[in-house]
Design a binder for this molecule. Structure first.
Ligand SMILES: [Zn+2]
Length: 700
């Protein structure tokens, strides 16, 4: 490969991590660097090729909030909490029961704390000799972000591993042009408890004899993140090689035996080889959290809100009627990544764990030769709940607090761009998620240009007397305009890297935001279209026809089947969504297709609120059976301000509500461990309901 000015270009604020001169040098001098039509493709992920194999799904461990599947990642175990935690100032005394059947010498206690419906927050870890049994009072200092007295606590323990470790892979056939990538790290726990330095050695046991490929020493607490290495395996082409991953803890001077321990990690260790592309393009999925569907193509105060994305969308397909499945972050994103309604995936808040029987988009792509990475911001897309599954790298960019994320978009997109730069010779999937337009609405001054509103037919400046919802609406617009700029720069730079020709780019959002249209502000409260309507564009030269505007109602559950269809991979059997590819080519969905959304239960409701949309009509069931079902004709009342009356049409709303709730009930009946792919119910409507809709004149 010739020297490439783009690879060396510095982006200033865009570059989230320092340049890696060694890696760049290796990449620039690699023999047989893959031609564009034969991208490097992960053929072995070493966590899955160990001998003996890992006895569970490869675990992800994090170094500096970057989670990777890692050899050496030690599973944590929860300890039962005995009685109520007792707060005293900023310290919580937590009585924990010690498992007597677990007998490690040393363990690290890792408490997590959170307020109601908040994300788990880590507290300082503690190293201890493992108590013999009984109950132990742990003193847990509360993180700054955690407030209030309704606190939930979890205590996990992580046994300290042996000081010398050796893991072997099975004998792997090495092809031409193969490279081995690995990132070395020390689990963040090590820095928290003064772990010792660790020496790593990687040895190839080849047919021609052993060859040391790598030796490196890492010191805990020197917070340098993962240390990436890329090793040319060209000399082993045609041989079968077992790789030996050795690590040894090196005691500090004067350290006692119990102070000499370490947590070595071999992150995202994989072998890549050039493979024919077979029409499988890269995928970049960008979620602009909280971006309303009406922003793309919309105007405010006489100015366009997203002029740059609107111009780009003309090079591909734009879905003007796309809807989320739930007006909050965790659930909407899980629908994007699973093709299932929240009634089935169950991840409504960032708690619990996604059913292992449900495959996610990154898992499917990783299994089919994609390098995978995610960069997300600090909240609700928590790695622990299952978002991390399938990703070789899952990075959480942390804000000062959960809700102070202004300007992080540049760091988030910059980290994504860096990753693409390093992986552009591979077939890849990148997922980017930013809270930029989410509250707080604090646009940079240069983008805070929506300064007037219309009052009683007059254009007047926004000032302290302007109603808060109007002020917020205009500040939000400034954030949207800023995001439009940053996104456009990202796409320009991806174009300059030369990857867009072979890439599918999707831009969407997990939900919108409401500004008093129905008396409320924010989201996660109602199922009106200001929070359900989201933007959706799909761009890919040669694959997605340019200039398509599609007004068929579609849902975030359609994203996974669409992307798999576009990259020619079979979809999982259990799906609520449909591929949108036929629509890209002028096709239509049957008029009877119903789209659903759910919102948390409210007040005296006995279940979640359910919205259903078909044939220009929308129903909203409150979750309380003694209440009526609201229904709207969206063709004449798109703002959902004038509920319609009529027992017949209300009865149809009940049919939809029951269909959706039956999915919820089925998911509850089949506990996670017992559910099988392909067994979930679809919320379908019967012929009788279709006939009723036809009789009422709502369907042809
Ligand atoms: Zn969100």
């Amino acid at each position: 490969m010739s020297a490439d000015p783009i690879r060396r270009r510095r982006y200033g604020r865009w570059r989230a991590t320092p340049a890696l001169p060694l890696l760049a040098l290796l990449a620039a001098t690699l023999p047989g660097c893959a031609p564009a039509d034969a991208p490097l493709t992960p053929v072995f992920r070493l966590t899955q090729d160990l001998d003996p194999p890992l006895d569970q799904t490869p675990l992800h461990c994090d170094v500096a909030d970057d989670f990777r599947p890692a050899v050496g990642c030690v599973p944590t175990m929860p300890l039962p909490i005995q009685g109520m935690p007792r707060p005293e100032g900023r310290v919580l005394t937590v009585p924990v029961k010690i498992w007597p059947h677990v007998k490690p010498d040393l363990v690290v206690f890792e408490p997590r704390v959170r307020g109601p419906r908040e994300e788990w927050r880590r507290t300082p870890v503690m190293l201890m000799e493992y108590p013999p049994g009984g109950t132990v009072d742990l003193k847990v200092p509360l993180p700054e972000q955690v407030k209030g007295d309704q606190l939930e606590v979890q205590v996990l323990i992580r046994p300290v591993p042996p000081n010398r470790q050796e893991r072997l892979t099975r004998a792997l056939p090495i092809g031409r042009g193969a490279v081995l990538q690995v990132a070395l790290g020390l689990d963040r726990t090590a820095g928290g408890v003064r772990g010792s330095p660790v020496r790593f050695r990687l040895i190839a046991d080849a047919e021609s004899g052993p060859v040391q490929l790598l030796e490196s020493k890492l010191v805990p607490g020197e917070d340098r993140g993962w240390q990436p290495h890329e090793i040319d395996l060209g000399r082993f082409a045609g041989q079968r090689v077992r790789f030996r991953l050795e690590s040894e803890v090196i005691g500090r001077a004067g350290a006692t035996a119990s102070e000499t321990f370490g947590f070595p990690l071999w992150g995202s260790a994989q072998i890549l080889e050039p493979r024919a592309r077979d029409g499988r393009r890269n995928v970049i999925l960008i979620s602009l959290d909280t971006l309303r569907g009406d922003q793309l193509g919309g105007t405010l105060d006489g100015k366009p809100l997203m002029p740059k994305l609107a111009a780009r969308s003309a090079t591909g397909a734009r879905f003007t009627d796309a809807y989320t499945t739930y007006p909050s972050t965790t659930a909407g994103h899980m629908s994007m990544l699973t093709g299932l309604y929240p009634a089935r995936h169950g991840m409504v808040f960032a708690t619990g764990y996604l059913d292992k029987a449900i495959p996610t988009l990154p898992e499917i792509l990783a299994r089919n030769g994609y390098a995978t990475a995610a960069v997300t911001e600090d909240a609700m897309l928590t790695a622990y709940v299952g978002f991390v599954r399938g990703f070789d790298e899952y990075r959480e960019i942390k804000g000062k607090t959960m809700w102070e994320t202004s300007g992080e978009i540049e760091q988030t997109f910059g980290a994504g761009l860096d990753w693409v730069e390093k992986h552009r010779d591979e077939r890849f999937f990148l997922f980017l998620h930013t809270y930029q337009v989410h509250v707080p609405y604090t646009p940079p001054p240069a983008h805070d240009v929506f300064r007037h509103w219309e009052k009683d037919g007059q254009r007047v400046p926004i000032d302290a007397s302007t109603p808060p919802a109007v002020r917020d609406r205009h500040l939000y617009a400034g954030e949207v305009r800023y995001t439009d700029d940053v996104l456009d720069r990202l796409l320009e730079r991806l174009d300059a890297l030369g990857v867009l020709d072979d890439t599918i780019v999707v831009v969407t959002a997990d939900h919108g935001d409401e500004f008093g249209e129905h008396g409320l502000i924010g989201h996660a409260k109602t199922v009106y279209d200001e929070v359900l309507h989201v933007p959706l564009i799909i761009l890919s030269p040669h694959l997605v026809p340019a200039g398509r505007t599609i007004d068929t109602p579609v849902s975030l559950v359609d994203l996974l089947p669409t992307l798999l269809d576009l990259v020619r991979l079979p979809a999982p059997r259990e799906l609520h969504g449909e591929s949108l590819v036929p629509l890209l080519h002028g096709g239509r969905f049957p008029a009877t297709r119903v789209l659903y959304a759910e919102a948390p239960k409210w007040g005296s409701g006995t279940g979640p609120r359910v919205a259903a949309r078909v044939a220009g009509l929308k129903w909203i069931a409150s979750g309380n059976r003694s209440h009526g079902v609201k229904h709207f004709d969206l063709t004449t009342d798109p703002g959902e301000q004038k509920p319609l009356d009529g027992p017949d049409i209300e009865a149809i709303g009940r049919v939809f509500e029951d269909a959706y709730r039956s999915v919820l009930a089925a998911a509850h009946e089949a506990p996670a461990a017992e559910s099988k792919p392909g067994t979930a119910k679809k919320p379908e409507i019967d012929d009788a309901t279709v006939e009723k809709l036809k009789a009422l004149g709502y369907m042809d």
